[in-house]
Design a protein around this ligand. Structure first.
Ligand code: NAP
Length: 282
């Protein structure tokens, strides 16, 4: 990738997205910072970002048109960061159809539409990086916030297929899996709290209360953003390293992901004999 890189980052009003935009500017690259509310990113504009009003739940046509506007700002987009998302606190059975659709529309269909919007540009230039911000919830399900992991698993599946589809075109895909970071994700303003109607699930809410971790998370989003900048630009702490496909990040991330992979392998080994013997006898 050339110098004078241009990044396009969604959900830059707070948390990880805002810090990524700042890290990009600090690193000397250009950033198009997108947010639903332009007032929330005035600070980024003052720092030198080009700001763009964008709700990721818009239609494919609208997002494609906004992406073309964004490409025209600097003549190129080198890195798309699908960061915008929200979390939900509720069991599967208690979550309404409307809540589920809004969650998937934001966390999965938004990134999908923006990927489709940027691909013609990246294909024509035979270069680009698509960064999808997943989660440890893209590696493991979590009871009582159950549909949030469902959106992140979908994003991981999309990313894995995309990686293989566009690799020969010079386009890379990076999935970031943050642990717990101190942002607005679990704030009462951003996280959707589902109406509780089934007391059978109370024990799950009591076991781990997602509403109580707000601003107590140990991860620093500024440090995540600076590491991500290094990884994508193959500089600083990632100098000379290939861009990986998956990047679990946070001091809680590596132990969590490795133990989940080990558990998956252990479960697979336990049922190995049940997996075969189902072919036609030809
Ligand atoms: N913090 C963590 O512990 C953690 C862990 C794992 C993964 N993540 C992931 O990290 C990413 C960033 O989250 P965060 O932790 O930084 O939370 P955050 O501070 O709540 O930021 C989320 C951002 O998404 C934006 N957003 C929500 N719905 C949108 C929509 N329809 N259109 C455009 N923007 C929208 C929000 O904008 P508004 O201000 O307009 O609402 C906000 O800028 C998310 O993908 C999240 O799933 C976070």
């Amino acid at each position: 990738m050339s110098q004078n890189r241009v990044w396009f980052v969604t959900g830059t009003s707070s948390g990880i997205g805002k810090e990524i935009a700042k890290a990009v500017l600090k690193g000397g690259d250009k950033v198009i910072a997108a947010a639903r509310n332009l007032d929330s990113i005035k600070d980024l504009k003052e720092l030198g970002a080009h700001t763009l009003q964008l709700d990721v739940t818009l239609s494919e046509k609208q997002l494609s048109s906004l992406m073309n506007d964004a490409i025209n700002v600097y003549g190129q987009i080198d890195i798309l960061v699908n960061n915008a998302a929200f979390a939900i606190w509720g069991s599967i059975e208690e979550t309404s159809e409307e809540e589920t659709e809004k969650l998937f529309s934001t966390n999965f269909f938004g990134p999908l539409k923006l990927i489709k919007a940027v691909l013609p540009h990246m294909r024509s230039r035979r270069t680009g990086v698509i960064v999808n911000i997943s989660s440890l919830a893209g590696v493991s399900g979590f009871k009582a916030s159950s549909l949030y992991p469902a959106t992140k698993f979908a994003l991981e599946g999309l990313s894995e297929s995309l990686k293989d589809e566009v690799q020969h075109l010079g386009i890379k895909v990076l999935v970031v899996e943050p642990g717990f970071f101190r942002t607005e994700l679990a704030s009462p303003n951003n996280m959707v709290i589902v109406k509780r109607t089934v007391s059978d699930y109370d024990q799950h809410y009591n076991e781990f209360d997602l509403t109580s971790i707000h601003h107590k998370q140990s991860g620093d989003p500024k440090k995540l953003a600076e590491r991500l900048f290094d990884v994508v630009t193959q500089s600083g702490s990632a100098q000379g390293r290939e861009i990986p496909f998956r990047l679990p990040i946070g001091d809680d991330a590596y132990p969590f992901v490795s133990s989940k992979y080990e558990k998956n392998l252990e479960e697979l080994a336990n049922i190995k004999d049940l997996t075969s013997g189902t072919s036609f006898q030809e």
